[in-house]
Design a protein around this ligand. Structure first.
Ligand code: HEC
Ligand code: HEC
Ligand code: HEC
Length: 171
């Protein structure tokens, strides 16, 4: 009797801690959507220049038929936010990681702190999550051959104020 009670108690504790672990993990990595990032990243021109990319509009350019195809979603959306809204297109967080834990100004100004809370500084590997041979559309597949990170990143992300400043300093 006692042994059985103990066994049940141990199981309960294990399940409870697994559930709370999963909860904490999720809370750390919730997508918030590019509109929220853009509120602070507007003045630099980043938000506007991202909006002009093929990434911002990739979902809108799909046919109604394609938008129903689950296989396309990992490539043409950013995922869902905490409320379950589908974040369409390749938004900030598809490259920079889910932002719920790093979005506050206090964290953002401290790059190390932001990275500890999930901010990613994207590199060629980030692009390869979608720009790869498994791409579900011809348009995306066409970008895979000769994918040159240095060239593609200019066209595919947004302006980089820090690099522009460097160029200006050199003048
Ligand atoms: C409350 C305002 C605010 C919000 C919301 C915000 N940021 Fe930031 N972010 C900042 C500030 C301030 C910095 C510091 C550097 C700067 O001024 O650009 C920064 C820096 C960054 C950096 C550069 C890190 C570095 O030091 O090189 C990235 C990348 C970034 N944010 C991405 C995002 C993304 C993606 C989102 C949305 C998930 C987001 N930010 C939301 C204010 C914000
Ligand atoms: C296609 C991928 C991609 C998307 C989408 C994207 N970024 Fe970036 N972002 C990058 C890359 C790559 C860098 C440069 C990383 C580095 O310097 O190591 C960068 C750098 C930044 C920086 C630092 C800029 C600087 O001058 O150093 C900020 C701030 C930033 N991103 C914010 C955003 C915000 C806000 C959005 C959405 C409106 C966004 N990014 C969307 C790829 C992306
Ligand atoms: C979440 C998936 C995803 C990620 C991550 C991603 N892309 Fe894309 N990219 C797409 C999709 C989808 C398109 C639009 C394809 C289409 O036209 O249907 C696209 C289009 C582009 C285009 C326009 C191609 C053209 O011929 O006009 C460029 C440039 C680009 N991506 C560069 C990048 C770079 C650089 C990175 C990494 C820093 C990156 N992408 C990360 C999915 C992604």
């Amino acid at each position: 009797m006692r042994v059985r009670f103990l066994a049940i108690a141990v199981c309960f504790v294990m399940v409870a801690s697994l559930v709370s672990l999963a909860g904490a993990e999720e809370a750390k990595h919730e997508f918030i959507g590019s509109k929220k990032c853009s509120m602070c990243h507007k003045k630099s021109g980043i938000a506007e220049s991202w909006k002009a990319t093929a990434h911002a509009t990739a979902w809108d350019k799909l046919t109604a038929e394609q938008q129903k195809d689950e296989a396309l979603k990992p490539f043409y959306t950013t995922g869902t936010d905490a409320k379950g809204n589908l974040l369409t297109g390749i938004q900030c967080e598809a490259c920079h990681g889910a932002g719920s834990a790093y979005k506050s100004k206090k964290v953002m100004v401290d790059k190390e702190a932001a990275i500890a809370k999930g901010l990613l500084m994207p590199d060629a590997k980030t692009c390869a999550k979608c720009h790869n041979e498994k791409a579900p559309t011809d348009a995306l597949k066409a970008t895979v051959k000769d994918f040159n990170f240095e060239k593609m990143v200019v066209k595919g992300s947004h302006m980089m104020p820090s690099k522009t400043k460097e160029v200006e300093k050199k003048k």
